[in-house]
Design a protein around this ligand. Structure first.
Ligand code: ADP
Ligand code: MG
Length: 698
């Protein structure tokens, strides 16, 4: 029996060498191959004439290469050109600094092999001639004879990165798989959903996504597959949510909001914002129902999420339970511990910190105090879960900066003890539009208001040659009593190199730039105690300048620091830059963020421009997603979020909404997916879970 779960090698023409290459694309079975969707399509049923194209057009052209040259500019760039001709008109194909292209194209010219090129037409930029246009860095493909008409005379699929497998080869493999295994394609969508939403069937969709009969057939196929992808995810979330709401018995807390607010007012030196109060009230409401809480608190950097956590902890402690707060970094865990100690110990609540770096003896003692219930609040990094802390009565779990943990990890901790209430807190990196996709199984509280009196952070982008001006402006601020962060450039290769680069920068700053000031250094390779000491000194104003790596990226709170200089800012992603910038502007002082960079790419420039234009974290997150694409945005490994195979969060937002409603309705009607017509869906969900799981483990 042929099956789509068969390994690739069961297809004629796929040997071990090819299957290894395909494995690099994460393709292992024939089903995987069919789910390897094109990322765009070219209509090669007719080609425009080269004579008719105009600058600005994105075109697919067919022709023969008639000449090639490579020359060098004064700036030592190599420019390789090939002339593509279709019956008398020609266009230039150009590659910069890829002299090896000349050999390839000379061979094509000699053999007179027809090729197809794709790209955007521009005016000639180098020789200044005005009668010939050019395409820089075109995508191209030999089409040769193409007897089976997979690569010409039709709408042709173009696949994403192919790791040394030619497009034509991939088309042939997928076409062959479709021919043999067509009947094995199962429709995971329930018939009723297909009917109500006027979707095409799975077979039709898979065939037309790869080899569209026509443009409308392609559009219908894509719609169907996007729908399917979102629908399966939303059904999974609906199932989880139902489980959260209905089945899981939680601990019932009694909360008097009035008393709680009075208590907070007694220990906190400011008034809570309305948004903070609302979030706390929503939590109180949630945990007095007897069902386990699953709530997300979403608020931009500096919106005061810690106070919401404080409220939730107090609720637990007053009911005789313990609370645990997890942070993504040791530094942040330490900062939370210090802050909470100061606030809570006057109330007689014992706060402790659990870090990976505690000695065995310390860990043992801590474990005992947690088991006996003596320690009511514990703060830690995720070492907290990994080392299996046991609690006497854990009632509230709070995860700070959720986007740094796997989505699944939040459940690992929630499983400890008797299903404690769960609160996850996240700053922006999730655009509004995505919240429900990622956290559709949680209730959401939004902190849409900053504490009063914040001044906007003035953000400037400066090229490295202006660095001395940046330093003298910084000096002025320090003279006024403020403090500064200097973030060293990002070294992705290794933590060690990153630490070295931070150390060198700190030395340089202390010796040659600001010998008159007290300069501290903070990086990820330092011991927990060292980090703690440095942070404490900076907080106590015993240091004027802190040179640091991205360890300060999340959560660090020193309101007197009013300027952050970010070296080689274009190496950082937008979300990261926004988080870093969030280290300043946390008090009443006017604050500055200086991006020092000379971006080499358009992308890098765009990031600098967005940063100087807006401070709205939600907008930045959306731009980030747009620039990077969702796969990278979630950072597959960290988020546990599956990459979408075909759906595009922005383009397909309406479909996302549609699937969400449909999926939640379906789960309402058949909460166990027990009906026979829901079996294929149930299997698809298992596959998705497995995929999320795999992503998470790796
Ligand atoms: P987040 O975690 O959301 O980035 P924090 O909880 O660290 O923000 O709070 C940022 C800063 O604002 C802290 O210095 C905190 O003490 C202060 N803060 C929080 N809430 C208020 C408020 N209601 N009024 C004034 N300051 C506040
Ligand atoms: Mg925070």
């Amino acid at each position: 029996m042929p099956s789509l779960t068969d390994p690739l090698q069961s297809l004629k023409g796929i040997g071990s060498q090819l299957s290894e290459k395909l494995a690099k694309l994460n393709l292992f079975t024939l089903g995987d191959l069919l789910r390897h969707y094109p990322h765009r399509w070219e209509d090669r049923s007719r080609f425009p004439r080269i004579a008719d194209v105009r600058p600005g057009d994105s075109v697919t052209l067919r022709g023969i290469v008639i000449a090639t040259t490579t020359r060098y500019t004064r700036a030592r760039l190599s420019i390789t050109e090939a002339l593509l001709d279709d019956d008398g008109s020609a266009i230039k194909l150009i590659w910069i600094n890829q002299p090896f292209m000349e050999r390839t194209f000379r061979a094509l010219a000699t053999a007179r092999t027809p090729i197809v090129v794709y790209g955007q037409v521009k005016r000639d930029s180098f020789s200044g001639s005005s009668y010939i246009y050019e395409i820089q860095n075109p995508e191209w493909e030999e089409i040769g004879e193409d007897t089976d008409n997979l690569s010409t005379n039709r709408i042709v699929p173009i696949y994403p990165a192919t790791e040394g497998i030619r497009q034509g080869r991939l088309r042939k493999l997928i076409f062959a798989t479709l021919q043999t295994y067509r009947e094995e394609i199962e429709d995971c969508l329930p018939p009723r959903v297909i009917l109500n939403h006027r979707l095409v069937g799975a077979r039709n969709a898979v065939e037309n996504i790869h080899f569209p009969e026509s443009e409308p057939a392609l559009i219908a196929a894509r719609y169907r597959l996007v729908f399917e992808e979102f629908f399966v995810l939303q059904t999974l979330l609906a199932l989880r949510r139902r489980e959260n709401c209905h089945d899981v018995q939680g601990i019932q807390f009694k909360v008097s909001l009035e008393e709680l607010n009075a208590q907070i007012a007694q220990i906190v030196p400011f008034q809570l914002t309305r948004a903070q109060q609302r979030a706390i009230a929503e939590i109180a409401q949630n945990i007095s129902t007897g069902r386990a809480m699953n709530r997300l608190v979403q608020g931009d950097v500096g919106s005061g999420k810690t106070m919401v956590a404080l409220g939730a902890m107090l609720m637990a402690v007053q009911n005789g339970y313990q609370a645990a707060l997890m942070a993504p970094t040791e530094i942040l865990a330490q900062q939370h511990t210090l802050g909470l100690e100061r606030l809570l110990e006057p109330l007689g609540i014992k706060v402790e910190v659990a870090l990976g770096s505690l000695t065995a003896k310390q860990k043992l003692a801590l474990r005992e105090r947690l088991l006996s219930g003596e320690t009511q609040v514990v703060v830690g990094t995720h070492a907290l879960i990994q080392e299996g802390m046991d609690f006497a009565r854990l009632g509230m779990v709070i995860i700070d900066e959720q986007h740094r943990f796997g989505v699944l990890q939040r459940q690992a901790l929630a499983r400890k003890g008797t299903r404690p209430h769960l609160l996850v807190m996240t700053a922006t990196p999730i655009p509004r539009t995505l919240t429900m996709t990622l956290y559709g199984d949680l209730d959401v509280s939004v902190l849409d208001e900053l504490p009063p009196g914040r001044k906007p952070i003035k953000t400037h982008w400066r090229t490295p040659d202006k660095r001395s001006l940046v330093y003298s402006a910084t000096q002025k601020l320090i003279e006024e009593g403020r403090q500064a962060y200097i973030v060293c450039s990002l070294v992705e290769e290794s933590e060690k190199l990153q630490a070295k680069s931070a150390t060198q920068l700190a030395e340089h700053i202390a010796k040659s730039v600001f010998p008159q000031y007290r300069v501290g250094l903070l990086h990820g390779q330092m011991k927990a105690l060292e980090k703690e000491t440095i942070m404490a000194q900076f907080k106590a104003r015993e240091l004027d300048i802190l040179v640091a790596t991205t360890v300060i990226e999340v959560g660090i709170d020193v309101p007197n620091a009013s300027v952050i200089i970010i070296e080689d800012a274009d190496r950082f992603g937008l979300a990261q830059l926004h988080q870093l910038r969030g280290r300043v502007g946390r008090g009443e002082h006017a604050s500055y963020c200086i991006l020092v960079s000379d971006p080499k790419t358009a992308d890098g420039q765009a990031r600098m421009e967005i940063m100087t234009e807006t401070q709205d974290g939600f907008r930045i997150a959306e731009e980030d997603l747009r620039l990077r694409g969702p796969g990278e945005f979630f950072g597959t490994r960290q988020s546990g979020m599956p990459e979408f195979a075909i759906a595009d969060i922005f383009q397909d937002m309406a479909i996302l909404q549609e699937t969400r409603e449909t999926a939640f309705e379906l789960v309402e009607r058949d909460p166990e997916l027990a009906r026979p017509e829901h079996q294929p869906l149930s299997k698809a969900i298992d596959r998705l879970k497995e995929r999320i799981g795999q992503v998470h483990v790796s």
